[in-house]
Write a protein of this length. Structure first.
Length: 104
RNA sequence: GGAGUCGGCCGGGCGGCCGCUGGUUCCUGUUGGAACUGGAGGAAAGUCCGGGCUCCAGAGGGCAGAACGCCGGGUAACUCCCGGGGGGAGUGAUCCUACGGAAAGUGCAACAGAGAGCAGACCGCCGAUGGCCUCAAGGCACAGGCAAGGGUGAAACGGUGAGGUAAGAGCUCACCAGCGGUUCGGGUAACCGGAUCGGCUUGGCAAACCCCGUUCGGAGCAAGACCAAAUAGAGAAGCGCUUGAGAGCGGCCCGUUCGAUGCUUCCGGGUAGGUUGCAUGAGGCGCAUGGUAACAUGCGUCCCAGAUGAAUGGUCGCCGUUCAUCCGGUUAAACGGAUGUUCACAGAACCCGGCUUACAGGUCGACUCCGCGU
């Protein structure tokens, strides 16, 4: 995934995306211990998962995605992360807007 | 009113919309869907002690190692807790205390200081006795004697007074301190208080080695138990070896191709994966009784997270909270409003009892000291 997927980055996280033929979206979230203690890591994961969930409502299934947190993510709330994720998916990677099938 | 000590509790609240996850019921029973309902902490943290539970080992004893160390009680157990004693700090409430043995041995003590262990002589005191000078009184400070005073240090081999002496010294004596023995009183005990006798003084550190006493088998829920694709096989039964078991093509028959240490079933094994362990417990709350208390007993009542690439969230509104700016208000504050901003430490992972560490702010109670008023 890290080797073959497309990589996009911003201040808060890295996005790895790869297209496939299955009728669902498969996602993963990574927060390393460098980001902070357990409370901070949990919050980062929840924000990224919520952003993925809300973005996937508008996306055509058929790709898999991994988000890797960077340390600046602990400084910001939900909306900057959602905004950046939509930018990566729909502007840079050109995912079709539609669909709803989601798988972890 | 100010300063302080100790203990307890809370540690954002309410509501909408969209999600995650456990349970129950229904639909459905492959996946799933609907309704109702539960869903982080006082430390969930560090993983430092003690237990439950599980597996392994185990005749009995010892060594080594580790932990602990005043007394009594509590507890499943503890190195924890409660009560008490000794020592230390504080005016006090209160706090701190690894608090057995230094007269079994080994070892250690920076700097300063003359000297740091059965010590020492820098300044100092004396110079009786002996020596030198002198008729002598006396002088010299040479041999030698002393450790009272000064000074150093965290610590210098008891303190005060008297006798004694050349000067001094527990050298002698009295009292005091300390040590040891005997004994009386109080207390379960640690210990406290008193009487008497003794020898005359024996420094500190054991969280240095050590000695004495007490306790300790090992590993851990990734423990352990069960189901079980795959894949080794040492096994058993059946069928079959050109008279063809079985497999492929095909909806089926025929047909055709492959086909012999072969095929099927069972057994066995246990990988991936799943189930269980797994949440009713040394349980919470309330009341009563016993106890100074820790805690125990009885009765009533409640069911209160259960994830596993690891749920318990996202967002909006109102209120609360911190700070800043502006406006109103005021002598100045208090107070009111607007805008922005802030809201501690921190996330269950088999379960309990502790310890330790982190923590914005708020709140309640008890007590102490100081000031003022009555």
């Amino acid at each position: 995934m890290y080797n073959y997927g497309k990589k996009y980055c911003c201040q808060y996280f890295f996005t790895y995306v790869r297209d496939h033929d299955e009728p669902y979206i498969r996602y993963g979230v990574t927060v390393t211990r460098r980001i902070g203690n357990a409370v901070v890591r949990n919050r980062a994961k929840r924000i990224m998962r919520e952003a993925l969930r809300q973005s996937a409502e508008y996306a055509e299934p058929g790709f898999e995605i991994v988000l890797v947190a960077r340390s600046d993510i602990k400084k910001v709330g939900f909306f900057p992360v959602l905004h950046q994720l939509k930018k990566h998916l729909f502007e840079k990677h050109s995912i079709h807007r539609k669909g709803k099938v989601l798988e972890r």
